[in-house]
Design a protein. Structure first.
Length: 319
């Protein structure tokens, strides 16, 4: 640690820190002598900048925010009031991190991404460009989505990968090592288990549960109020539904329900599941099938509508 000279106007600020003359630093900010602040940065009251931090041009670190050691912020990054960024993170240009958000150490965030207030992100994460993490929902007046006050913040466990242009709503929790492909969307009040894969362009609607190690491939639509158990496989372009009244009559709100897909079931590409049906464990639904009623365990379904056409081979079953 080099010998520090203390700024008499700010006892928390070392004169040996590399700070641009055009930076605006509050007298109560605490900035390490080994950090670098580029031109036009604004550091507000009681903010803390750890060792070897680099702030690009025009960064704004709001009141009480904390930037961990070794973290690099690109140009025009805003870190909201009371937010925390852990050590050794890399945050690209034009990222906004909302108030009271918490970003775990060793996280990478791509340009033009927004992390909404109070979001909790674990360590060792990756977020691509132009993503929106933890936004609040705003439903249409005629939507079946029920507005609920005090929606909790999004919580993401460690080791996640989030692609580009992903939209994740508040009120949903994610287990460890979740993968979300480019353009995926997950709505509010969902529960996503560990090691789940949600492919590019997949939409997961509100109030849905997805069990651990489940894989949902490109372009599939997972409707609201579904329960998908662990180790389910859903191929590309599968469609699930939850409203037999298709938007007509008030009684639809009473009966709205997505499918339940039990452990180890497999749904082939382009298949359609009607509202409220139950897919039994280890069911195999062939590509393009229309499933209109509950299935039996370990059976193969084919056709439009789908019919029982045999038993799943023993060597294809989960151990």
């Amino acid at each position: 640690m080099p010998n520090q000279k203390i700024d008499p106007n700010n006892p928390n600020l070392s004169l040996s820190a590399n700070i641009s003359s055009t930076a605006n630093v509050s007298p109560t900010a605490n900035i390490s002598s080994t950090s670098k602040l580029s031109s036009n940065c604004i550091i507000q009251e009681n903010a803390t900048i750890g060792e070897n931090v680099i702030l690009g041009i025009g960064c704004i670190i709001e009141e009480g925010a904390n930037i961990g050691s070794g973290t690099i912020l690109g140009h025009y990054v805003t870190v909201g009031t009371g937010a925390t960024i852990g050590a050794n993170c890399q945050v690209a240009n034009h990222v906004t991190i909302g108030s009271q958000a918490n970003i775990g150490s060793n996280t990478q965030i791509g340009p033009n991404t927004t992390i909404y207030p109070q979001v909790q992100l674990g360590e060792e994460g990756f977020i691509g460009s132009n993503s929106s993490i933890g936004r609040l929902p705003k439903a249409a007046p005629t939507s079946t989505v029920k507005k609920r006050p005090d929606l909790p913040p999004l919580k993401m466990a460690q080791g996640y990968t989030i692609g580009c242009s992903v939209v994740l709503y508040s009120g949903t929790t994610y287990g460890e090592k979740v993968f979300l492909g480019d353009g995926a969307m997950v709505r509010e009040r969902c529960k996503i288990g560990k090691n789940v894969v949600i492919g590019s362009g997949v939409a997961v609607e509100n109030d849905t549960t997805i069990g651990a190690y489940t894989k949902i491939q490109t372009g599939s639509y997972i409707t609201a109020y579904m329960n998908i158990e662990e180790r389910v496989f859903i191929a590309p372009m599968v469609t699930t539904t939850n409203d037999n009244f298709m938007g007509r009559t008030e009684k639809r709100f009473k009966y709205i329900k997505g499918a339940t897909i039990r452990k180890g079931a497999r749904i082939g590409g382009g298949a359609i599941l009607l509202p409220g049906i139950k897919i039994a464990p280890e069911t195999f639904v062939a590509a393009g099938a229309l499933v209109t009623k509950d299935t039996e365990e370990k059976r193969i379904l084919k056709g439009f509508p789908a019919k029982n056409s045999g038993e799943v081979p023993e060597d294809e079953l989960l151990p």
